[in-house]
Design a protein around this ligand. Structure first.
Ligand SMILES: Cc1cc2nc3c(=O)[nH]c(=O)nc-3n(C[C@H](O)[C@H](O)[C@H](O)COP(=O)(O)O)c2cc1C
Length: 428
């Protein structure tokens, strides 16, 4: 089993987060070698060669994004640890159990990008991971890995840990930057993209916790070695948060390319109580759902996209035959309606309308036209209901509320009709 990110955590569950354990297991050795002998551009070249794609949701190639960084200075690196996508809990493990791996990744990335101040933005509901990261940052300063003249290289880097206040939208990179600046967490219109005009209107790279946690391995082993793991387009290992009606929920670091069947029935141990599988969300609450016909689809970024969904944040939520699909859709839509920042009318009003209509159907007061009405409202949020979604909004939060609607309209039309005609849920 190939592992890049979680080896230390599994071998040393109780103290994998400490500096002592990190150094004892080879930590910061890559940094020493890189600062002593590698030019910044050589690190960027390795990351490009690795074909690492971002793990925060959009799957954008990391090295390509780094290449967009505008030349002016100062420039910043911001680590996105907001992790608010329902079902996602992999960054939590990386922050809590191996914060020095992330810090080493940050120092290497900052050195490569000419950054002298990096920020780690952690969601407010993660007090323990935040404490561990803060402590690890202090340890790193104490050991000379952060601050001035790191390891005698002449390179300086400050790292600031910042806690959010609990809004999902602050995971969207430009809302996160606003939040970091002390403004309301509302997405900015792009372009300009953060790489050109980001934090304090300066060039900024925003990367996910898991993305940057891969950097020490890539720099230590070479981009080509990373690029040799997994199928084309989905290189390296990836952390999946598996939850819902499986026998063995948890975080799994896997090489992509296996089928969904192997993942759910192998790693997940199958469906609880021997029940039948009904559907699963393949990449966080924003992703359109998969059903049995997708079980033999390979678990890669591109294969999931070809099937009109996304691997997104790596959150896999499994639903068995006892699940009411109207209730499940309502649960997801209610989340997005609640978390809409309110800036864009189609998202603010549309998600709320979707919630109201679904509530009515779920309560047994639905009408024959309600599914069409749900689709019509959805079409106003995401015209054409295409995949990837078209948008009438500044950010993709609005279209995310549409995913459960198109999912039930595609696969569970009869169940919706049964609610309408039977005065409520046929499952009781
Ligand atoms: C509504 C919304 C919420 C998001 N939440 C997160 C999040 O919690 N963590 C994250 O890394 N990216 C999140 N993203 C994606 C970020 O905008 C951005 O693409 C990502 O942090 C870039 O890092 P990466 O290239 O390393 O994946 C979110 C995007 C949207 C639209």
């Amino acid at each position: 089993m190939t592992q890049i990110l979680t080896t230390r955590m599994e071998a040393h569950p109780s103290d994998s987060h400490t500096l002592g354990r990190y150094e004892d297991t080879g930590g910061y050795a890559v940094l020493r070698t890189a600062l002593a002998g590698m030019q910044p551009d050589a690190i960027v070249a390795e990351v490009k060669a690795s074909n690492l794609r971002g793990r925060g949701g959009a799957n954008f190639p990391c090295g390509v994004k780094w290449g967009f960084l505008a030349p002016s200075r100062p420039r910043y690196l911001v680590i996105n640890g907001d992790e608010s996508e329902p079902g996602t809990f992999k960054d939590r493990q990386l922050l809590e159990r191996d914060p020095h791996q992330l810090i080493e990744g940050i120092i290497l990335s900052a050195y490569a990008l000419g950054v002298h101040h990096a920020f780690i933005y952690i969601r407010g509901e993660y007090p323990r991971p935040a404490r561990r990261v803060q402590r690890a940052v202090e340890e790193a300063y104490g050991a000379g890995y952060l601050g001035r003249d790191i390891l005698g290289s002449g390179f300086d880097l400050e790292v600031t840990v910042h806690l959010g206040a609990g809004a999902y939208i602050c995971g969207e990179e430009t809302a996160l930057l606003n939040s970091l600046e002390g403004r309301r967490g509302e997405p900015r219109i792009k372009p300009p993209f953060p790489a050109v005009e980001g934090l304090y209107a300066k060039p900024t790279i925003v990367n996910n916790v898991e993305t940057i946690s891969n950097i020490p391995w890539i720099v230590g082993n070479g981009g080509a070695a990373y690029d040799a793991i997994g199928p084309e387009g989905s290189r390296g290992t990836r952390m999946f948060s598996l939850s819902g009606h499986v026998n063995q929920p948890g975080n799994y670091e896997v090489v992509m390319g296996m089928t969904w069947r192997d993942f759910i029935y192998g790693y997940g141990g199958g469906i609880r109580h021997g029940n039948a599988l009904k559907a699963w969300i393949p990449g966080g609450a924003s992703a359109p759902w998969f059903v049995e016909e997708h079980l033999d689809t390979p678990l890669t970024i591109d294969d999931v996209a070809k099937n009109r969904s996304m691997l997104g944040s790596g959150a896999v939520v499994v639903m068995d035959e006892t699940t009411c699909m109207v209730k499940a859709a309502l649960r997801v839509v209610r989340f997005f309606a609640h978390e809409s920042c309110g800036q864009c009318t189609p998202c603010r009003e549309g998600a709320t309308w979707l919630q109201q209509v679904l509530t009515r159907i779920e309560a047994g007061a639905g009408r024959d036209i309600d599914l069409d009405l749900l689709l019509d409202i959805s079409d106003n949020i995401s015209p054409g209901l295409a995949w990837p979604p078209a948008m009438t909004t500044i950010c993709p939060l609005g279209p995310s509320a549409v995913s459960p609607i198109t999912s039930i309209a595609t696969y569970f039309k009869d169940e919706v009709a049964a609610h309408v005609h039977g005065g409520g849920c046929p499952l009781g």
